[in-house]
Design a protein around this ligand. Structure first.
Ligand code: FMN
Length: 211
């Protein structure tokens, strides 16, 4: 930073050095155990009212990739990256709050009597408002994907978030539920040489308002 303030550590280096991968090593795979671990890490991201309203479909076999590729602009990442996640957000639904909070009570983090204090505001916030339910699905999927992107980077893996796909076709082909939104595709895998470095960003003065 300027003004003599330097913020640096391994996590910040990881964030600063990430870029969207274009070229993957098509021979490099990830084990199902590694894929599960990436998703476990992703699901430690925050969600509104601890809804955890997400699902991740890991497209990693040649057969599954061949189903996804034509409905995702034939983007090379889908066939070449070890895995492409269909990151699904689920429409926010306050009725799941008690079951989602039960393990939090069980762990001794939250007293059971607080559950209605979460469920009722969630109901009032979402249940009559389809746009808010959908916005929350997209926020949730995005937070999960972001955590996976940086976890991947920290492990030396590349990643590509992708909106270049036919959402209706993906919904149909991969059996998403009525309340599920395909928020983005997220390819992750070992890179091959030739990827661009991170692109320059708009200056902070242009995007920050200090009030
Ligand atoms: C929501 C979202 C959708 C994107 N969709 C695509 C895509 O479909 N195909 C692609 O090659 N890159 C896609 N990208 C990557 C962006 O082009 C890239 O992040 C941006 O140009 C900045 O580059 P950098 O991430 O390397 O800094 C997407 C990124 C985001 C965040």
């Amino acid at each position: 930073m300027t003004n003599g303030i330097t913020m640096t550590n391994a996590v910040i280096d990881c964030i600063l050095s990430r870029s969207a991968t274009k070229y993957y090593d098509p021979a490099a795979t990830l084990s199902d155990e590694q894929i599960r671990e990436l998703v476990r890490i992703g699901t430690t991201a925050p969600t509104s009212f601890h809804l955890q309203n997400w699902r991740f479909i890991a497209v990693r076999t040649p057969e599954a990739k061949a189903r996804l590729s034509p409905i995702a602009w034939n983007q090379p990442a889908i066939t070449e990256a070890a895995v492409t996640f269909i990151v699904c957000g689920q429409l926010a639904d306050s009725s799941v709050v008690p079951e989602r909070l039960a393990p939090v009570v069980e762990a001794g983090i939250m007293p059971a009597k607080l559950i209605p204090d979460w469920e009722i505001p969630a109901r009032d916030l979402y249940m009559q408002y389809p746009q808010r339910q959908r916005d929350e699905a997209v926020r949730t999927g995005t937070f999960g994907a972001a955590a996976m992107i940086y976890a991947a980077r920290s492990l030396g893996l590349g990643s590509t978030p992708m909106i270049g796909f036919d959402a209706e076709a993906v919904h149909r082909e991969f059996g998403l539920a009525k309340d599920e939104v395909p928020v983005m595709l997220l390819s992750i895998g070992a890179e091959r040489p030739g990827n661009w470095p991170q692109k320059p960003r708009r200056p902070v003065v242009e995007v920050l308002n200090l009030v």
